[in-house]
Design a protein around this ligand. Structure first.
Ligand code: ADP
Length: 496
C-alpha cells in the first residue's frame, strides 16, 4: 500500500516539495530558491528552466531525505504561485522568453486602455477580478504581441499556462496541457459562472483559444509522473493555486470559513460555497476549488505589506535585528501610546484601493520610543487584516466564528492575540503551518481516492493554539477608529 502524499509547491522565490503521511504529518521537505530577474524597473521575470530544475531537485531531495521508496507515494498534488505566465512551443517545449511574474507591471498600460474603453465592469462581472496587470490575461496578450506569435497560437502550436500547467506539461507522461479551475480563475480570461474560457474576453484581448489549457477539476486524475523523475510512475491528482490550496489545507470547507496567511503580504480567503459573491467592497471573487465538477467559490482580499512591514523595521529602520524580536518589544509596553503606523509603502489595497496612499507614522509624542513603533507595526498588520475581514462580512452577510491563520508571521503570539482582539473572534493556529503544501497533498489524496470525501481530509488538520479575544468592545471600536483616522491621513499623499 502506498503510504505518502507529496506536494510540489512552486512559489515565487523558491520551489519546494513536501512529503506527508496520509494523516497530514510532515515526513520531509526540501526547498530550492531560484533567481529573480528584473530586466527593467517594474518588470519581474523567472527563467522557466530554473522553475523546472528547482522543482525536480526539490522532489528528489525530499524523497531522499525521507528515505522512502518513491513507489510508496500514493499521489502528488501541485500548488503554485498564481498568475505567472508561461508560453511554450507545443512540439519542442521551448519557451517564448522568460515567464512574466505576477508582480510584473509591464502591462499596466494595456489594463488602463481596457478600463478607459469601458470594459472594466464586464471584466469584473465575468471573472470576479478587478482589472489589473497582476492577472495573466494581459501578460499573455503582451507575449503574443511582442514575439509576434498570434498566427502560431491560432494553429495550436503554442501552449499558454501558469506554473501548474507548465509543470504538468513538463513532468507528466504524455504532456497534458491542463490547468485547474483555481488557476484559470486568475487569468482574467475565465468565466467564473460558466467555468470556461470566455469568448468575449478572448476577443477583447485577441487571444486564440487554441493556446489555452483544458480546465480540469482541482482534485482528480491528471496523469502519471514521468518515471524519469523518480524512477517510477506516480499519479498526479491535484492542482491548485497557492491560496486555494491553503484554504483547503486549513480545512475551511464550510461556507463562511476564513483563513488568513501572514507572509510577506497577507492573503485572506473566505469560502462562500456554491455562490460567487460579487464584492461591493473591493474584494475579488475567486474559486475556492472545483471538485467532482462542482465549483466552490471564495472571496479574497490581500494586504500588500504584512510581514514585509517587520522586514522594513529590520532592514531599513534597523530598530530590530530579527523579525521574532518584534514580539518581546511589543509586549514590553502596554500600548502604542496612541501611535499608528499605516504601512502604505506601495499604496493600499482592499478595501481602500488607493495607489497614492503612502506610509504614515502618526500620533507620536515625546514619550514615543522604539517599542511603541514596533508594536504599531505589528498592530498595523492586524488592522489591515481586520479591514479585509469587515469587507468580507459586509459582502457575505455573516461573521465567521473564527479566523484560521498560517504563514511566517503567524508565529508571533502578540500579533495573533491582537488580531483576535481587534476582530473580536478567536484566532486559531494549526500545528502544520505549511498549509499550502498540506492542502495540495490532501487534494491529491482526495483525487486519488485515498479520501472518499473532502470532509475526510479534515482529520489531517490539528490545532496548535487558539487566541481568544480579550479586548472589550468599547476599546476595540476606539482602536479601530484611531486606525481609520490614521489611514485617512495617508490617502492620496503621493498624488500632489
Ligand atoms: P513568504 O511565503 O511570503 O515568503 P513567510 O510565510 O515565509 O512569507 O513569512 C515571512 C514573513 O513573516 C517575513 O516578512 C517576516 O518579516 C515575517 N515574520 C517571520 N517571523 C515573524 C515574527 N516572529 N514576527 C513577525 N513577523 C515575522
Amino acid at each position: 500500500m502506498a503510504k505518502y502524499l507529496a506536494a510540489l509547491d512552486q512559489g515565487t522565490t523558491s520551489s519546494r516539495a513536501v512529503l506527508f503521511t496520509e494523516d497530514g504529518q510532515v515526513v520531509s521537505s526540501y526547498n530550492r530558491e531560484f533567481p529573480q530577474h528584473y530586466p527593467k524597473p517594474g518588470w519581474v521575470e523567472h527563467d522557466p528552466k530554473d522553475i523546472l530544475d528547482s522543482q525536480i531537485v526539490s522532489l528528489r531531495e525530499a524523497v531522499r531525505l525521507a528515505d522512502i521508496n518513491p513507489a510508496d507515494i500514493a499521489a502528488i498534488g501541485i500548488t503554485n504561485q498564481r498568475e505567472t505566465t508561461f508560453l511554450w512551443d507545443r512540439k519542442t517545449g521551448e519557451c517564448c522568453g522568460n515567464a512574466i511574474v505576477w508582480q510584473c507591471r509591464r502591462t499596466a498600460g494595456i489594463v488602463d486602455d481596457l478600463v478607459r474603453a469601458g470594459h472594466g465592469d464586464m471584466i469584473r462581472r465575468k471573472t470576479g477580478l478587478v482589472p489589473d496587470a497582476y492577472f495573466s490575461g494581459t501578460k499573455l496578450k503582451w507575449m503574443l504581441d511582442y514575439y509576434n506569435l498570434r498566427e502560431k497560437a491560432e494553429k495550436g502550436d503554442l501552449c499558454f499556462g501558469t506554473a501548474d500547467s507548465f509543470l504538468c506539461w513538463n513532468l507528466l507522461e504524455d504532456r497534458p496541457h491542463v490547468t485547474d479551475a483555481t488557476n484559470a480563475g486568475r487569468t482574467m480570461l475565465f468565466n467564473l459562472r460558466e467555468q470556461d474560457w470566455d469568448e468575449d474576453l478572448l476577443e477583447l484581448l485577441d487571444i486564440p483559444r487554441a493556446c489555452l489549457p483544458r480546465v480540469v477539476d482541482t482534485a482528480g486524475m491528471i496523469g502519471m509522473l514521468d518515471p524519469a523523475i523518480l524512477g517510477c510512475r506516480i499519479p498526479v491528482t491535484a492542482m491548485a493555486g497557492d491560496q486555494h490550496a491553503s484554504l483547503f489545507g486549513q480545512a475551511c470547507l464550510k461556507t463562511g470559513d476564513v483563513k488568513n496567511t501572514y507572509g510577506t503580504g497577507c492573503f485572506m480567503l473566505m469560502n462562500t460555497g456554491e455562490i460567487p459573491v460579487e464584492s461591493q467592497n473591493g474584494l475579488l471573487t475567486t474559486m475556492a476549488w472545483r471538485i467532482g465538477g462542482k465549483p466552490t467559490y471564495a472571496l479574497e482580499g490581500s494586504v500588500f505589506m504584512g510581514g514585509a512591514t517587520i522586514q522594513w523595521l529590520r532592514d531599513e529602520l534597523k530598530i530590530i535585528s530579527t523579525a521574532a524580536e518584534s514580539e518581546a518589544l511589543a509586549l514590553s509596553v502596554n500600548g502604542t501610546g496612541g501611535v499608528y503606523l499605516v504601512p502604505a509603502f506601495t499604496g493600499l489595497g482592499a478595501p481602500w484601493w488607493d495607489m497614492y496612499s503612502r506610509g504614515t507614522l502618526i500620533g507620536m509624542t515625546r514619550g514615543t520610543g522604539r517599542p511603541h513603533i514596533v508594536r504599531a507595526a505589528l498592530e498595523a498588520i492586524a488592522y489591515q487584516s481586520a479591514d479585509l475581514m469587515e469587507a468580507m462580512v459586509k459582502d457575505a452577510g455573516h461573521r465567521p466564528g473564527r479566523l484560521q491563520v498560517d504563514g511566517g508571521a503567524s508565529a508571533n503570539a502578540f500579533l495573533m492575540q491582537f488580531q483576535a482582539d481587534i476582530c473580536g473572534i478567536p484566532v486559531v493556529r494549526p500545528k502544520v503551518l505549511e498549509t499550502t503544501a498540506l492542502g495540495a497533498a490532501l487534494l491529491a489524496g482526495l483525487g486519488a481516492g485515498v479520501f472518499a470525501t473532502p470532509g475526510e481530509t479534515t482529520r489531517a488538520w490539528k490545532q496548535d493554539l487558539e487566541f481568544t479575544p480579550r479586548m472589550d468592545e468599547a476599546t476595540r471600536l476606539l482602536e479601530m477608529n484611531g486606525w481609520h483616522r490614521a489611514v485617512e491621513r495617508s490617502l492620496g499623499f503621493a498624488k500632489a
